[in-house]
Design a protein around this ligand. Structure first.
Ligand code: ADP
Length: 229
């Protein structure tokens, strides 16, 4: 346990969807804590509720009950503006499809979010170069997304997600459209980055082999987050 407490803590979180007569209980009294420097694989088949959990944890959706703590701060009573600020500064997202800007280089894709946050271009460029090099893309800085392989594109997306030094990284099937070897490399790189940076990461996947690369494995059962192994 880290005495600073969890970076992310879901306490008795409820999330349900109404469909006609029926109610889908996706999260029910769910408890989930992730500490700094820890990578957690969120495993489950399609439809299990992985995206829902990530959306609630990432303050993109309000839970129907319970509380989401980001760095110890309860978020349920915050204004939309405050939630957006926390989401922008404390949380990085990686999706299955990278959503990189096609007309910009790998470097610029990582520079832009930093400049939007107010960093001078030179500093943003230095940090982007360092991050991309760390992720094994030192010789790809000036390539556009279309000139990169799928695995390289996803590593740029990871660099972009962590460019503003968030405390939490949430990834939804980040290697869902990549071949097994590339996926393994991307997962390995991600786990290494998390340990080195002290981030807390939750990575949704349905691939058990990839999940072995993470520090912890959890799944969703009856709306609850349960540890595996
Ligand atoms: P996963 O990411 O594990 O594939 P999701 O969190 O996307 O699962 O979805 C969990 C379940 O909740 C699915 O059965 C899905 O159909 C349902 N669901 C997700 N979003 C909505 C919504 N906005 N309205 C109704 N049902 C939803």
């Amino acid at each position: 346990m880290n005495d600073k407490g969890p970076a992310l803590f879901l306490q008795a979180v409820e999330r349900r969807y109404h469909q006609g007569e029926t109610t889908l209980e996706i999260l029910s009294e769910a408890e989930f804590a992730v500490w700094p420097g820890q990578s957690v694989a969120l495993i489950g088949p399609s439809g299990a509720g992985k995206s829902t959990l990530l959306h609630v944890a990432g303050l993109l959706e309000h839970p129907d009950g319970g509380e989401v703590f980001i760095e110890g701060v309860p978020t349920s009573t915050l204004s939309d503006g405050e939630r957006t600020r926390i989401r922008r500064t404390e949380i990085g997202f990686v999706y299955q499809f990278h959503h990189l800007l096609g007309e910009f280089s790998a470097l610029e894709n990582v520079v832009l979010p930093q400049m939007i946050r107010g960093l001078p271009r030179s500093e943003a460029q230095r940090r982007a170069g360092d991050l991309l090099s760390y992720l094994g893309l030192k010789d790809r800085l000036h390539h556009r997304p279309a000139e990169l392989s799928g695995g390289e594109q996803q590593r740029v997306a990871i660099a972009r997600a962590v460019a503003n030094a968030p405390r939490i990284l949430l990834a939804d099937e980040p290697t869902g459209n990549l071949d097994p070897r590339t996926s393994e490399h991307v997962f390995g790189t991600l786990a290494q980055l998390v340990r080195a940076s002290g981030l807390a990461a939750v990575v949704a996947t349905h691939n058990m082999d990839l999940a072995q690369r993470m520090d912890r494995r959890v799944t969703l059962r009856d709306g609850q987050v349960v540890e595996m192994e």
